[in-house]
Design a binder for this molecule. Structure first.
Ligand code: 13P
Ligand code: SF4
Length: 344
């Protein structure tokens, strides 16, 4: 598509709230990126949280963490540009050691991935010998390397159940673990305090959790939901499972970012409210103009928001920033990711 065509497309999607000059600038950048992508035999994977102008123009594939991991495993391109956060780009590298994987901005971290280290996992394994370790994909490669299997928000329950184990260690998201415990009927325990990670093992438990949280999803409260339902009784409330179990219980549906997108596409409800990152709300609103999206507040992921069109253009232009994973860690992390990908 030419810059003019991209501009027209963007204008139709987000023109009602984006100044014309900005649309044109972004359309030109997107056209340049798409040209560079062809020249460099690259594929761009874009997470659902990418800002609207980027999301709708340059990724070859968009989706949630699970889908993008599968697509990363299947690509035949020489270069993978990951428009998402670092743990996602690392997962692509774990699956594709021979390819160049680029992340357009280095500070694109994640509060969950930062909440746990490989040494923490080793201590837990020593404390609960023989108990299988499930780590959320929102972790770094060295943490994945210490685990038996990974999971995403889209398959956490299936992964836990696939192990056929009475007890599992589930890291590091406190809320996702509690939501999975609820879904699987398991009792959960958490460390009495972070750091020393002491557990009261006299309690009845089948899931051993950790105190990591998503700095975005922990912001949503049950009070928000009650207030919205009072004013909008027919609203459909959709929560990502990184929200607290209380928030999930008070919502109508909980699922991965792609699950939330599908739920908006298929609902007959006149209004919906998303309890997740707001850039995705913008993308969903652009794709479903006939449905009314309510806005609670503007909760943005500061990490996902690091990735902009200009950085993506520079990633392809200057081959930056190259994602590396030491081979010894990659090999072990690969087993955990690969085992997850085999679960339907
Ligand atoms: P999904 O796997 O549902 O896309 O979520 C990733 C994420 O980081 C949500 O905060
Ligand atoms: Fe991490 Fe939360 Fe941002 Fe997702 S939204 S990348 S879990 S900080």
């Amino acid at each position: 598509m030419s810059a003019e065509q991209i501009y027209e497309d963007l204008r139709a999607r987000i023109g009602h709230y984006t100044p014309d000059a900005e649309l044109w600038l972004k359309a030109q950048l997107a056209a340049e990126i798409n040209q560079l992508k062809r020249e460099r035999n690259a594929v761009i994977l874009g997470h659902n949280y990418m800002e609207p102008a980027l999301f709708h123009t340059v990724p070859d594939i968009t989706g949630d963490s699970l889908y993008l991991s599968r697509e990363a495993a299947a690509t035949d391109k020489d270069i993978i540009v990951f428009c998402g956060v670092r743990f996602m780009a690392e997962t692509a590298k774990i699956l594709n050691p021979g390819k160049t994987v680029l992340i357009p901005a280095l500070p694109a971290g994640c509060s969950l991935a930062a909440s746990i280290t490989a040494a923490d996992v080793r201590r837990l394994k020593a404390q609960f010998p023989g108990v299988p370790v499930v780590t959320y994909i929102n972790t770094y490669a060295d943490v994945k390397a210490e685990s038996d299997i990974c999971c995403t928000s889209g398959n956490a329950k299936a992964v836990v159940e696939s192990l056929g184990s009475e007890t599992v260690i589930f890291l590091p998201d406190e809320y996702l673990a509690a939501n999975v415990a609820q879904e699987t009927g398991k009792h959960i325990i958490f460390p009495t305090h972070n750091g020393a990670a002491q557990y009261d093992t006299t309690l009845d438990y089948q899931i051993v959790g950790w105190n990591g949280r998503c700095e975005v999803h922990e912001k949503f409260t049950v009070e928000d939901i009650i207030a919205i339902r009072q004013d909008h009784p027919d609203v459909l409330i959709l929560a990502h499972p990184e929200c607290s179990p209380e928030v999930v219980a008070a919502s109508d549906y909980s699922g991965s970012t792609t699950g939330l997108i599908r739920a908006v596409e298929t609902t007959d409800a006149p209004e919906y409210l998303l309890l997740t990152e707001c850039s995705m709300g913008d993308n969903i609103a652009a794709a479903n103009p006939q449905k009314n999206m309510l806005r609670l507040c503007s909760v943005r992921c500061p990490h996902m928001n690091q990735i902009q069109l200009q950085d993506t253009r520079d990633a392809l232009r200057y081959t930056q920033y190259v994602v590396t994973v030491p081979e010894e860690i990659r090999r072990r992390a690969y087993q955990a990711v690969e085992r997850m990908l085999h679960i339907g």
